[in-house]
Write a protein that binds this ligand. Sequence first.
Ligand code: 3H9
Length: 692
Amino acid sequence: MVAITEAVSLEKDGEIGMLWIDNPPVNALGHLVRKGLADGMEQAEKDDEIRAVVVICKGRTFCAGADIREFGKPPKAPHLPDVLNRFDQCQKPIIAAIHGTAFGGGLETALSSHFRVAVASARFGLPEVKLGLLPGAGGTQRMPRLIGPEKALAMITSGNPIGADKALEDGLIDEIIDGDLVEGAVGFAKQVLSENRPMVRVRDLSEKIARADAQIFDDFRKQLARCARGFEAPQACVDTVEAAVAKSFEDGLTYERKRFEELMNGSQSAAQRYYFFAERQVARIPDVTKDTVTMDIQKVGIIGAGTMGGGIAMNFANAGIPVTLVEAKQEFLDRGLGVIRKNYDISASRGKISSDDVDKRMELISGTIRMEDLADVDLVIEAVYENINLKKEIFSRLDNICKDGAILATNTSYLDVNEIAAQTARPESVLGLHFFSPANVMRLLEIVRAEKTSIPVLATAMAIAKKIKKIAVVVGVCYGFAGNRMFAQRKRESEKLILEGALPAQVDRVIYDFGFPMGPFALADLIGIDLGWDKDNSNSRTMQEMLCEQGRFGQKNGKGYYNYAEGSRAPGPAPEIDDLIVAFSQKKGYIRREISDEEILQRCIYPIINEGAKILEEKIAVRPSDLDVIWVNGYGWPVYRGGPMFYADLVGLDKVLDVLKKFQAEHGDDFKPAPLLEQLVSEGKNFGSLNA
Ligand code: 3H9
């Protein structure tokens, strides 16, 4: 075995040269790998004993792509597209031997080889689009030539991987290897030599692109305009695959390079790449180490079979963990279990799960009206309505019922977890697990670490969150924790803006155009305007009271800030509400004025950032990027803008600070800048500098 670089070596197995890549953890195609591949291939070509080359990886996976950490830094030669063009020109057959994930540049390496073999568990994907990019090492040109433009478009624009069976069926790979990959790949290479099989250069294939239907490109563009609104990369992916059909291979590559670089230098990809690491960083809690012992959660109890409790129960059943659902009355329990089954049946009718799965999951959920039945569970999640006294009473009962060591969690969205924990003799076992609604769909979970929560309990909560496929963010105790506390800022400002002169449709348009799925008023209609409305004390003091007094509760009864046609969720104009807002604001003494879109955006977004800074100062969150993960997963922040803290850095903290000060002078201390923000600006730093 000869070391070519620290990451690549060349081994000879008779007439087969094995080019080994060893660059943990995922064999990313960093500089040492690219150089190793280029030099190793040259050496193999020069070596007369070697007649075929197998490209293969050590460790858990084939190359999972370019090294994302190198992006944004000055590129170092040799560049991947050049290395892969040399693969094309190689006079000896190259066989890519794949296990794990051949992703991005990894799959492009395989596409530039002359043959591809893989183990049955291997997966193949071009996920660049998820990083705001397109495959930039020939993937947009070779993939359509190999599997046809339509299948290539599906893979490239979605970024979703396919398995080995599908890859074989589509012609992406030549053979699935049963058993040992090294033996299988060497055997395949020997067979290629003995049969004198012609080397297949994907760049020279033309049959599949010649019969492409031109319409598919526009169909994809239209579909992506809907389902990937605001994202630049998916449309660029379509353009480059179209170029594979319309241009020569060389011209197509040049075009791909140009579009790749445009995306790479743009803010969307910077945001999405940042977010990729943010989502991995979030799992790192300074005082939780790899050695922290976690508990095995085999049985879960949930108190409350309402929308939240039912959704939470589904998460555990989906992961194969038995759940006991507790309700106060049999009828509530029956209703809750009925809703769960209905939700599963809907998933089955959409083909997402089988009817067998529905039965299996339902079997894992049992119901009871006796809290005592939770005596043997390992984790209890209380999901009753937001009433501190009720929650305290439940925790004090649970403390007597549950076995020693069982974790007691509350799903409260706002209340003081320390106060709840104090009701028990085991505050170290108490924490908050704040699921977001609908709990079986939303990926975000705030893990609320109370004053006395022990480290193993925290680590166990993080482990179980991973098991039920949530993105968990650890936060501290304060009113609304991190997400809702920041969200309250936008709510307050949007409500003030319509009194000062804007109307709901304008505010919603600005927020929607920024990239949120909907604006604050359409969202209020969706959630229900009556949420938190105190009917008995309502006295036309706020717009919420005005609307609720008129029976306008939002989508649920077809009338809110907007009007909804029967059976439709699309907000329609409600001129009567615009008139009501104008009259109400004038009665309150506002002199209405034209408000610019820019002001609306800054008024809604900058206070979120400012509150984030306060949260960081108070150590409620570990790092700024955790807040971004919360906003992307829980509040619909467009990932191509990274999250509020990333966005603030992009705008420039000095500008954010100036605008906040201006708003403070005009509108008061709701805009008072957080000391941390002032400090970062004075030190010339940004939030990114705190993302350790
Ligand atoms: C590309 O290829 C562009 C080309 O078309 C053109 C070039 C010219 N780079 O996810 P995990 C790290 S764009 C650097 O926790 P898993 C990751 O940060 C690239 N680092 O493991 C983590 O580090 P840490 C296209 C990377 O088993 C560790 O590896 N490719 C990269 O759950 C483990 O990762 C992609 O977008 C990378 N490319 O999942 C693939 N990938 O331990 C992105 C991972 O310090 N990667 N790391 O936190 C993935 O989808 C998953 O990581 C993978 C493994 C499925 C591979």
